[in-house]
Design a protein around this ligand. Sequence first.
Ligand code: SF4
Ligand code: SF4
Length: 319
Amino acid sequence: MADILHILWMNGGLSCDGESVALTAATQPSIEDIVQGALPGLPEVALHWPFFDYDSGPSFIEWYHRAERGELEPFVLIVEGSVADETNKDDGYWSGFGNDPATGQPVTAGEWLDRLAPRAAAVMAVGTCATYGGIHAMAGNPTGAMGVPDHLGWDWRSRAGLPIVCVPGCPTHPDNLTEVLLYLLYQLAGQAPMIPLDEFLRPRWLFEATVHTGCDRAAYYDQSEFASGYGSPTCLVKVGCWGQVVRCNVAKRGWINGVGGCPNVGGICIACTMPGFPDKFMPFMDEPVAAAADDGPGYGSLVRTLRGFTVRVSTGPPR
Ligand code: SF4
Ligand code: SF4
């Protein structure tokens, strides 16, 4: 096992820096736990992250040039932001990260990925922009933005044999982000088996269940009680919630310290962890066709009636 595991965080793609902000909110584990050696069994970790590093400008970018020269191995490359197609115009560039000392010209996000990925022990794409293109890949966007798997190839493997690991979300859930990073660090330290991923390269244990299965409002769905506007505690499917078909653990996990989670606190699920987001799931606020619920005098009404009966009987005076 190496004495130091480096983590290079590249936020030069097209993004709002939402994952960098999310990282500051993680608690299980926190990024401080990871970098300060609070977790047993990990080697020393050196995080090179623009939000956090004391170095700035050329001194900060030098870590990336060192990684390219093979001086920092092993390292995990974390990519935030989508990768623009830099070939679709005559001049200029869409997004870059520092300058090339030889030419003085910006190094684009895609170029960094091509330089660093072959040397990385693992590549982690964080946020829906970096994983599947996200907001910048919407129809009509001129950047030709794409996620890391579309840029490197879905079958790409690191020199340690790992596939690209995707942690989508707009933004990524803070603890999903640090939990997956921690898993990869343990795997690279030889203390965890190959990370299990689904067909969209997401860690299975986080993205197996739908939002609906963990939603506080699911009992209302069962008995066909649907909100027609905001401010109601009932199910939000008729005001546009996609939770029944979207795989995401946020409703179950809560947002920070177990509190919150989109539909639990009144926000519809807009499918932000899914490939094809946002175009495939628009227009928002309309009842999703794929998730249409039976509001008729059938199953839901029967469940509601029987539950009401059971509640009255079980909470009535003892016989
Ligand atoms: S609000 Fe959404 S996730 Fe919650 S029960 Fe309704 S459809 Fe399911
Ligand atoms: S519940 Fe839906 S909108 Fe909220 S984070 Fe998960 S996928 Fe995104």
